[in-house]
Ligand binder design. Structure first.
Ligand code: AHR
Length: 501
């Protein structure tokens, strides 16, 4: 059996894990909104039409921040269509997904859903077909108390108190040729800076995210970030990262090692942002908003231009396997490990569309395999991420070259006196792993769970998903100064230890 060693000390901190790292995303796409979060007449729906089963699962998932209303959708969205009396709202063609959009859900409605679920909104503005004026108008509508036409309109629409939305995305994936209003880095950077300045004059307290690349393999990646940040460095707190992974050509080893590519991507964006800072002799550090990440079998998607024009079509409803769940767990572990620079992260998406929660119209809501590791990490990865020095066997992969067999994050929750190890074994062998917890005393096991990737493939029913649920990891031995754990092949594990410093 191969072996690995992780060494930690409470003094070696990476940074606080921002609770916003456990975010998600609800886009007007497919059935994410209609028959996802919203379905008037559903047996669990409240008076307004919010599905109670989905709201409850959202809380159980531990979702903190929710990005809205897109995604590609936002780049052709008129926010004015979605406010005011429902029966007077227009029905439009959403060009992003070639879908009939009834506008039954809009900004004020989404804010009520956020309150219902205890989540923080992350609002995107349209910089595809619109510009700085409409973006500033939306901030005024949402965040100004009253006394202006747009803030009074919000009050007349039933939202007496301002929404107080702090986090705003300056458009979406503007580097992508598929994006309505796609732009060059130079054109987008200039527009994003203008929009940012206008929005901030309305509300100086907002936090802003500039669009980074929509994938690491975009031809413009790197140069896009540099040019956009040259324009927006003084205007934004975050640059976005979007990253999706899938198993291709049966190359399971590369898929399991997706986290290695993800981490390299994060570090490349950080390096680019810091290079822009260096050129400006600035100590400001731009953080990452990883506001779309997940496993997505994008090769199975027909493409935006090949879609029949329908209302709430079944689009991108990927069904996940246990293997996918292990990769998702590893991606989230990677985000936690990079706590010093990742300030926001949104799993794309929350319900029905590449989502941990699935629904049937008029029927059940259930958890996909990816739900459990996300919920566990959101619940337990609280506190300070520690710099876990890792000595791991290495693995050869066709796609990412040689990578570490293990990928780990260790979080010290001093409030709860809990040390949490989140660790993926990407290899096909068990790995005897030692966690040296230097500087911690009275260490005792709270519990240990493991999620095994198997060969079952997509798990379509709640019963099939339950068979792949994380199970107790028996082989954990807590000793003086170190804990020994045998990590099963192709698995993700969460080990919780009681400790004091
Ligand atoms: O999450 C699905 C889509 O993926 C989003 O709308 C877009 O931003 C990305 O390409």
């Amino acid at each position: 059996m191969s072996s690995a060693r992780l060494s930690i000390h409470p003094a070696f901190a990476i940074g606080e894990v921002d609770r916003r790292v456990f975010g998600s995303f609800v886009e007007h796409l497919g059935r994410a909104v209609y028959s996802g979060i919203y379905e008037p007449g559903h047996p669990t729906a409240d008076a307004e039409g919010w599905r109670g089963d989905v709201a409850e699962l959202t809380r159980e998932l531990g979702t903190t921040v929710v990005r809205y209303p897109g995604g590609n959708f936002v780049s052709n969205y008129r926010w004015e269509d979605g406010v005011g009396p429902r029966d007077q709202r227009p029905t439009r063609i959403d060009l992003a997904w070639r879908t009939i959009e009834p506008n039954a859900v809009g900004t004020d409605d989404f804010m009520r859903w956020c309150r219902l679920t205890g989540t923080e909104p992350m609002m995107a503005v349209n910089l595809g077909t619109r510009g700085a004026a409409e973006a500033a108008d939306l901030v005024e509508y949402c965040n100004i108390d009253g006394g202006t036409t747009l803030s009074e309109l919000r009050r007349a629409n039933g939202a007496d108190e301002p929404h107080g939305i702090r986090l705003w995305c300056l458009g979406n994936e503007m580097d992508g040729p598929w994006q309505i209003g796609h732009k060059s880095a130079d054109d987008y950077g200039r527009l994003a800076s203008q929009a940012a300045q206008a929005m901030r004059r309305v509300d100086p307290s907002i936090e802003l995210v500039a669009c980074g690349s929509s994938a690491r393999d975009m031809a413009t990646f790197g140069e896009w970030e540099r040019v956009v940040l040259e324009h927006t460095f003084d205007d934004v707190e975050y640059i976005s990262v979007h990253a999706y992974y899938q198993e291709r050509d049966g190359d399971r080893a590369s898929f399991l090692a997706s986290g290695a590519s993800f981490e390299a991507f994060l570090h490349e964006v950080i390096a680019t942002a810091d290079a822009v800072a260096a050129k400006r002799h600035s100590t400001k550090r731009i953080k990452l908003s990883v506001d779309e990440w997940n496993v997505w079998y994008i090769d199975d998607f027909a493409g935006e231009t090949n879609l029949e024009l329908l209302e709430r079509p079944r689009l991108i409803e990927d069904v996940y396997s246990a293997l996918d769940a292990v990769v998702v767990a590893d991606l989230l572990t990677t985000l936690v490990r990079n706590a010093d620079r990742v300030g926001v992260a949104c799993l794309a998406q929350l319900v029905n569309v590449i989502a941990p929660i699935m629904t049937e119209p008029g029927g059940d809501a259930w958890r996909q395999t990816t739900f459990a590791p996300i919920a566990l990490l959101a619940r337990h990865a609280r506190g300070t991420a520690l710099d876990a020095r890792l000595d791991s066997p290495r693995l050869a992969t066709a796609k990412h070259g040689e990578v570490e067999a293990l990928s780990a994050a260790v979080v010290w929750n001093s409030d709860e006196s809990e040390l949490v190890l989140s660790v993926t074994n990407r290899s096909t062998e068990p790995v005897a792993t030692t966690l040296d917890h230097l500087g911690f005393a009275d260490v005792a096991l709270v519990d240990a769970l493991t999620l095994l990737a198997d060969d079952h493939g997509p798990r379509r029913t709640a019963a099939e998903v339950a068979e792949a649920a994380p199970r107790v990891l028996d082989d954990v031995h807590v000793g003086d100064g170190s804990t020994q754990v045998t990590l099963p092949p192709e698995s993700w594990s969460l080990v919780r230890l009681r400790a004091r410093t």
